[in-house]
Write a protein that binds this ligand. Structure first.
Ligand code: ANZ
Ligand code: ZN
Length: 846
């Protein structure tokens, strides 16, 4: 077809060329002008779709641009290769996870190449291989030695379908992030990283992340969830138990009319023992059954729903009272579903007059409501309130604090309580410790040994890695061991690491006494693997150490990190945490890993995220076959602002293809045909102006927000201008035209690298276009001549405006109709005529 351009020849040719010239090879010793361009490394799934492609195409465009800016670019890639999908697939297919994973990696690497996305593959890391996970295990042991990795029994999120524990972050609206099954709660022994020790620093240092998207910083801030308040001890009347509650509204303490604790509260068994005050005196046992029923029912309710404002409040009286320390008043104690054990101190002083949840609860269970903060505009009456009064106001019913504003009282009461030793200012965080153990096979084994004589210990560095055994059976039976062993789980089915089935793995020698010992069989959460891979790229092949301090010092922080916003919390927070720990341990001397972050939006099809199960996946392979990789790249970058979600359209792909054909044709014709070399001063000048404007625009877009879409549309306009200058009947080519074409090619090369290389060579380029310095624009060339014109409405002078001499009618119309003076005259009347006398006057007839 004459109308096509030969992308099938062009693309492999230049991919080979980039290999040959080592375009993406980084010499780590040359760190002057370094630019570390990092893309989130992918999980090796069978094949990538165009939605995945966005991340890598954006990253590649950035890397190529930075290379042209003369920076020493490091752009590595690897694979986040452990994880559930491969293991679950193995249970179905019998193919070992390692085999399928390495297969998928090969496929993906072919895809990257086809897309013309370049990496320095010498630095590849694959997290499921022993040369990598040895060091993941090493990081674990370093944390363990510092007391930052510990084991405890706790209520955990359990996915009954994946048969594994999930971190809070992996539970989305009460369901498993991966399989969307409803998550339940279980009590199990688990390993944790003490990220809560770093809560304050993780929060505080967010302010240093000036080049991170605001929304990501907000999400991290909320996730850490710092609250300032007061911890107050309430004695349970007639017992030795004290319940401490955390409140952010100590100004309301005199209005506390009852206390609520969650069904998980550890003191409940003790509290419901013995004679219940107010409960039926004879039926003690019956009451206990009733309690147990209630507790069981609430415990399986979804935590997120329990914490939501709308939840139907449910409670049960314990039949005891607690004593409010500020006034000695006895108030009832209840169990309630809207209180969570995980937050604050796991006990709440309820102030129904000023907290909506407490208000609803009090109304339902007929508990007293007492106003302690009055509305200055309208006196509050507890009996007739329709909802809680949550705004600021004036203190009432609060003894010596009456008459103060509640804001003043908050400080005063906190101080007074501290003095009287009945309360203590406190800070609580929503952030929980990071649950890192998984009862699954396909992960890095937790390097811990249990010896009957010497106890629990970390595997010494010289014995790492603890190799994952390969003789594991992946039948459905083998992977889901019979439950019932754990009494704590009450005989419910429960997951056990498949490693438990490997005698060879479990039995080992104690490193201390040499006696027989057993290995930990849990494996690590894959978020541990991905929390440090960006350090490993710099010494991917070093078998003596995880990374080299001097090299990472020179190359860090990462200059640009690019990835999906779905990782705004988990991965980025964990990476920041591990970096801070490694910094505290003096292995590195920086404590934030990523200087600049860019999070791209999702590509949707038919309004939904692409997924195999929805059947709306667009494969790049077919498109590349039909239009070539440059078309797919161009369209992916053109689809919309890259930080926003965008809907894929096949028509859009064709549009991108047509543009590339148009670009190819003009260069090809100019080279082949003998065009007239006549000068046209006016046209050339205008072309130059558009060209410099385009350089300015594209450069700004690349430097600032990665607005490839607008960068590309301005190069499209530049190409239009070139076509105009060439003319359609008798074609002409001047030095200005040649220059503008070359600039068009250069500006497009980060986006469509193959065709750009080809055309660059056709126009006489000797070396790769990526060796050509990025052009600067000439501010003088941007200037246009301006004139003052007169604007009339119905023939009467109404305004004067300064406009460019060659402003077209549309441009003038737009400017004039937006002028506030003129708007006043037109108001909502119809514009009948718009008469232009170029360079002099415009008359609007209404
Ligand atoms: C009394 C009070 C009166 C409260 C009032 C609020 C308003 P933030 O700001 O999110 O930190 N609370 C404390 N621990 C809780 C738990 N484990 N489960 C459910 N709710 C809990 O929220 C702090 C407030 O949430 C605390 O202040 C407490 O209710 C409640 F007019 O104490 B407040
Ligand atoms: Zn021992």
């Amino acid at each position: 077809m004459t109308n096509d351009y030969p992308f099938k020849e062009i693309e492999p040719k230049w991919q080979k060329h980039w290999d040959e010239i080592g375009l993406f090879k980084a010499d780590l010793k040359k760190y002057k002008n370094k630019f570390y361009c990092l893309m989130m490394f992918p999980y090796p799934s069978a094949a990538l779709h165009v939605g995945h492609g966005r991340n890598y195409i954006i990253g590649d465009a950035v890397a190529r641009y930075k290379i042209m800016r003369g920076l020493n670019v490091l752009t590595p890639m690897g694979f986040d290769a452990f994880g559930l999908p491969a293991e679950n697939a193995a249970i179905k297919s019998g193919i070992p996870p390692k085999v399928s994973t390495l297969d998928n990696i090969e496929t993906m690497k072919k895809q990257f190449r086809q897309w013309g996305v370049g990496y320095d593959w010498d630095k590849e890391v694959i997290s499921c291989l022993p040369d990598y996970y040895k060091w993941t295990q090493w990081i674990f042991t370093e944390l363990y030695k510092k007391g930052l990795a510990y084991k405890k029994k706790g209520a955990v999120n359990w996915c009954p379908s994946c048969m594994t524990v999930l971190a809070n972050e992996q539970v989305i609206a009460g369901s498993c992030e991966r399989c969307e099954t409803k998550v339940v709660e279980r009590d199990l022994e688990q390993w944790f990283f003490k990220i809560t020790d770093y809560a304050e620093r993780l929060l505080e240092d967010i302010s240093r992340l000036t080049d991170w998207p605001e929304r990501v910083k907000i999400m991290q801030t909320n996730w850490i969830g710092k609250s300032n308040g007061v911890d107050i001890d309430f004695k349970v009347d007639g017992t030795d138990i004290t319940l401490t509650c955390f409140t952010t509204r100590v100004d309301t303490i005199f209005g506390a009319t009852y206390m609520v604790i969650p069904p998980e509260h550890p003191d409940i068994p003790e509290l419901i023992k013995g004679p219940a005050r107010g409960g039926s005196a004879s039926g003690g046992n019956k009451d206990i059954t009733k309690f147990e029923e209630f507790i069981q029912r609430v415990r399986v309710q979804d935590k997120i729903e329990r914490a939501a404002a709308e939840i139907e409040k449910e409670g049960m009286s314990i039949g005891k009272c607690v004593i409010n320390p500020v006034n000695g008043r006895k108030i009832p104690l209840l169990i309630a579903n809207y209180v969570l054990m995980e937050y604050g101190t796991g006990a709440v002083m309820a102030v129904p007059a000023h907290d909506q949840r407490d208000f609803e609860f009090a109304k339902k269970y007929n508990l007293p409501i007492e106003v302690v903060i009055d509305n200055p505009k309208e006196h509050l009456d507890a009996a007739s309130m329709a909802c809680a009064y949550v705004d600021d106001g004036i203190m009432v019913n609060s003894k010596q604090f009456n008459g103060l504003t509640n804001r003043e009282a908050m400080e005063k009461i906190a101080g007074w309580m501290e003095q009287e030793k009945i309360g203590k200012r406190s800070v609580h965080y929503r952030l929980r410790d990071w649950l890192i153990s998984r009862q699954r096979y396909w992960g890095a084994p937790i390097p811990i040994i249990y010896c009957d004589r010497c106890g629990e210990m970390a595997v010494p560095e010289k014995d790492l890695p603890v190799l994952l055994p390969e003789d594991i059976e992946f039948s459905a039976k083998g992977a889901v061991p019979a439950g019932g062993q754990g009494s704590a789980t009450g005989g419910k089915p429960h997951g056990q690491s498949p490693l438990k089935a490997s005698e060879k793995f479990i039995n080992t020698k104690c490193p201390k006494c040499g006696g027989s010992a057993k290995r930990e069989t849990d494996t690590m959460d894959t978020f541990v693997d991905s929390s440090w891979y960006y350090l490993r790229y710099l010494s991917a092949k070093d078998d003596k150490k995880p990374f080299d301090k001097e090299t990472v010092t020179r190359w860090f922080p990462v200059d640009q990190y690019i990835g999906g916003v779905e990782h705004a919390i988990l991965h980025l927070l964990y990476s920041r945490f591990i970096t801070k720990v490694l910094s505290d341990l003096k292995f590195i001397d920086f404590d934030e890993p990523f200087r600049r972050l860019f999070t791209q939006g999702m590509i949707t099809k038919d309004g939904a995220k692409m997924s195999k199960s929805k059947g709306n996946v667009v494969s790049p392979d077919i498109l590349i076959e039909k239009y070539g990789a440059d078309t797919v790249r161009l369209y992916t970058l053109f689809i919309g602002p890259p930080e926003k979600d965008a809907e894929w359209s096949d028509r859009g792909v064709e549009g991108a293809y047509r543009f590339l054909k148009r670009l190819y044709r003009i260069v090809e014709e100019m080279v082949r045909e003998n065009w007239d070399s006549a000068l046209d001063e006016k046209a050339d000048k205008e072309l130059k102006r558009v060209m410099h404007l385009t350089i300015k625009k594209v450069t700004e877009d690349m430097e600032k927000d990665f607005h490839f879409n607008t960068a590309i549309s301005s190069t499209m306009e530049l190409l239009n201008q070139v076509y105009l200058s060439v003319g359609s009947t008798k074609k002409r080519v001047s030095p200005a035209i040649k220059e503008a074409l070359k600039i068009t090619i250069i500006l497009l090369s980060p986006f469509v690298p193959h065709i750009s290389e080809e055309l660059w060579q056709m126009t006489g380029g000797k070396e790769s276009v990526f060796m050509v310095p990025w052009p600067d624009f000439d501010p003088n060339a941007l200037l246009t001549e301006e004139v003052e014109i007169v604007v009339q409405v119905n023939g009467k002078l109404r305004s004067r405006m300064t406009v460019s001499v060659d402003a077209g009618e549309e441009e003038l119309k737009k400017m004039i109709l937006e002028d506030s003076e003129i708007k006043r005259w037109i108001e909502d009347k119809n514009v009948k005529k718009f008469i232009v006398v170029p360079g002099k006057l415009v008359n609007i007839v209404i």
